[in-house]
Design a protein around this ligand. Sequence first.
Ligand SMILES: Nc1ncnc2c1ncn2[C@@H]1O[C@H](COP(=O)(O)OP(=O)(O)O)[C@@H](O)[C@H]1O
Ligand SMILES: [Mg+2]
Length: 187
Amino acid sequence: MRDLSLHILDIIQNSVAANASLIEISIHEDVEKDLLKITIKDNGKGMSKEFVKIATDPYTTSRTTRKVGLGIPLLKQNAERTGGSLSITSELGKGTILEATFIPSNIDCLSLGDIAGVIALTVSGNPLINFIYNHNINGNLYTFNTKEVKEILEGISIAEPSVCRYLKEMIQSNLEEIQIGTFGYKT
Ligand SMILES: Nc1ncnc2c1ncn2[C@@H]1O[C@H](COP(=O)(O)OP(=O)(O)O)[C@@H](O)[C@H]1O
Ligand SMILES: [Mg+2]
């Protein structure tokens, strides 16, 4: 995976496949603590404890019996390479929380990449799912809720390509502002 936004895109697909109706993506960048935390929470079908182990560890099952992909193990490997970690909390019928931490100063830490593009594409590509996106950069929080966006759109589909482009630009400019600290809620 080239950057963390593509990992996020991949992990969100798991929540979509698990039939989630609400997916919350939270990113916390903290330069002082030298920490980057990505949390993806869904209300999808969840996993049993045993299955969480299988999904997290690529070696728990042999090649021939492993029927699941490597999205989670690859993200885990990229987190651990920086000195960070990955954890999954899940409950059958309730949902799943995946949390990955990274140490940004580590030379092996991937960049975040085009997160605005990934969020816009995900939101627009899954019009029936509600998304909440929280991005905190050094204590400045930008938050985005598709429920509110759908209300503002007054019947125009969130799946429209023009809406997707608009969302990407909106997220991008808000992220630039919280980066320099001129906008957002202080946390
Ligand atoms: N959010 C989730 N909710 C329910 N099941 C999940 C979730 N994320 C992952 N899983 C389960 O773990 C498996 C492994 O996920 P992953 O490593 O991304 O590989 P892949 O999606 O290619 O199978 C999935 O196939 C799915 O069964
Ligand atoms: Mg996957």
